[in-house]
Design a protein around this ligand. Sequence first.
Ligand code: KG4
Ligand code: ZN
Length: 336
Amino acid sequence: MSIYILAIETSCDDTSAAVLKDRILLSNIIANQDIHSQYGGVVPELASRAHLQNIIPVIHAALKQAAVDKKQLSALAFTRGPGLLGSLLVGVSFAKAYAYALDIPLIEVDHLQGHILSHFIHKATPVPKFPFLCLCVSGGHTQIMKVNDYFEMEIIGNTMDDAAGEAFDKVAKILGFPYPGGPVVDNLAKAGNPDAFTFSEANIDRYDYSFSGLKTSFLYFLRDKLKENPAFIEENKNDLCASIQKSIIHSLTKKLIKAALDFKIKEIAIAGGVSANSGLQKELLSLACQYGWTIHIPSLPFSTDNAAMIGIAGYFKYIQNKFTDISSVPYTRQNL
Ligand code: KG4
Ligand code: ZN
């Protein structure tokens, strides 16, 4: 018999609901919250209020698009954390109430595990083989994970300060672009020269990352250039975006190559919002040829936050009988 999962994701500023029939995605509705762009970042209180407004219409839309009646649902999966407390509380509370009313089991999902397991949503291309390395790059995390099984993941590298997505967003803010800045930088970089400027990259041990120095080096570089020429940003925005993007990508891939060689793993995946970056994808495809990797890159709707990834993680928990109950409470920091 097929398993129907309704999944809810509200960890940050996107309200999303998805319906899966086993590993097949039937719908994945995402309501973005445009309100934050004018503030240069996510305002937690505004995010939770917007989730409250969006959650019921988003769930109705997901069920409707999937052509699934709520009475057909086998279980309800939700993001328990990490994320913003107020945002998570909306999804967690709604999930508990809805599952209780429908008398179906509840499944809690870790947001990061969801990003990684999005590679297992049914599609034409093969899924990653265990063990694989996953570079998880989002607005909140930058990690290299060794994924031994669906729910057996080891963090082997981590950022000491900013996440890669945060670095993109901060650089974009310095350049005067709206939030989220990652996609804006990516777009402008396409028409720029990545070797026009160089910025100092961190030299951290092992597989760890640091992006705060890069951001500071970018800030000081611009401050000096703007003193000489107030139109420097406008005249060089493509080259600036291409050059800073090259530095971020180089920092990311340097550690990934080291980890892949040390752990002798050639099955490589990428997950999280920054995995949508076209420059990073291009570089990974070229490294895959160079090092003989099988590379797994999520398609755009599954790279940034979405409930489909929570649904697929929920499916694997369902078949392993990993359920939770209404005592489940959100966590804001990583809990793997
Ligand atoms: O995974 P995600 O949607 O949310 C978190 O869990 O944080 O990631 C959001 C991050 C933001 O920092 C955003 O700027 C970045 O992903 N991002 C990108 C691109 N698309 C989204 N960064 C660089 N290039 C992109 N194309
Ligand atoms: Zn995310």
